[in-house]
Ligand binder design. Structure first.
Ligand code: GAR
Length: 203
C-alpha cells in the first residue's frame, strides 16, 4: 500500500507536530507518512523537532514575501516537490486564501484549541482562544480538527474533544490541558482517518 504523503505546516513550538511524529512511530498513523515540515518562521522550534525525527524541514519566510500570493506560490512549490497528498496545519498561524484552499479540497486539516463554533475565526489563535474562553466563563472547552476551506475555522468538522475548565485555570494551564487531553489525541486520529480516505480513493 502506498501511503499518503503528508506535509505539516507549523509556526511555533510544534507540540502538535511532536504528537504526529510520536503517533507515526507508534503506528497510530499508518496510512500516511510525514514527508516534510514547513514553517513560515525561521527559528521555530518545530523545525528542530522535525530534524531530530529525520524529517525534512523547510522555511518559507512569510515576511520576505511581497504578497500573500507570493507566499502561497512558494508553499505550493514545496508541496508539489514532495508530492503532498495531505496538508496538516499544526499551530500554523497564517490564514490561507481561497486561492490556496480551493486547490486542495478536503486535503487540508487544522487543529483549533476550542470547540468550534465557539472562540474561532479571525483573531482567535493560540493563547487568545483560552483567554476568551476564561473571560466568557464557559465551563467546558476543548479542541476541534476540521477541514480547511476559505472561511477561517469554518470547514467541516472531523473530530472534537471536550475538556473541563477549572476555577483556578489561567490561559496557560488551560492551554496545556487542552493540548494534552484533546489536541494531541484528535490530531493524529484525524491524520490517520483522512490518510486512509486518500489511500482508499486511489484504489
Ligand atoms: C495549539 O494550541 C494549536 O491548536 C493552536 O496553536 C497552538 C500551537 O501549539 N492553533 C491555533 O490557534 C490555530 N488557530 P504547538 O506549536 O505546540 O502545536
Amino acid at each position: 500500500m502506498k501511503k499518503a504523503n503528508i506535509a505539516v505546516l507549523v509556526s511555533g513550538g510544534g507540540t502538535n507536530l511532536q504528537a504526529l511524529i510520536n503517533a507515526q512511530k507508534k503506528g497510530i498513523i499508518e496510512s500516511g507518512e510525514i514527508k516534510v515540515v514547513i514553517s513560515n518562521k525561521d527559528g521555530a522550534f518545530a523545525l528542530e523537532r522535525a530534524r531530530r525525527a529525520g524529517i525534512d524541514a523547510v522555511v518559507v519566510p512569510k515576511k520576505e514575501c511581497k504578497s500573500q500570493a507570493e507566499f502561497e506560490e512558494k508553499l505550493v512549490s514545496v508541496l508539489s516537490d514532495y508530492k503532498i497528498d495531505l496538508i496538516i496545519l499544526a499551530g500554523f498561524m497564517c490564514i490561507l486564501s481561497e486561492n490556496f484552499t480551493s486547490r486542495f479540497p478536503k486535503r487540508i486539516i487544522n487543529v483549533h484549541p476550542s470547540l468550534i463554533p465557539s472562540f474561532c475565526g479571525e483573531g482567535f489563535y493560540g493563547l487568545r482562544v483560552h483567554e476568551a474562553a476564561l473571560q466568557k466563563g464557559v465551563k467546558v472547552t476543548g479542541a476541534t480538527v476540521h477541514f480547511v476551506n476559505e472561511i477561517p475555522d469554518g470547514g467541516e468538522i472531523i473530530f472534537q474533544k471536550a475538556v473541563a475548565i477549572y476555577e483556578d485555570d489561567t490561559p496557560e494551564t488551560l492551554q496545556k490541558r487542552v493540548m494534552r487531553l484533546a489536541e494531541w489525541k484528535i490530531l493524529p486520529m484525524a491524520a490517520e482517518k483522512v490518510s486512509q480516505d486518500i489511500v482508499k480513493e486511489r484504489k
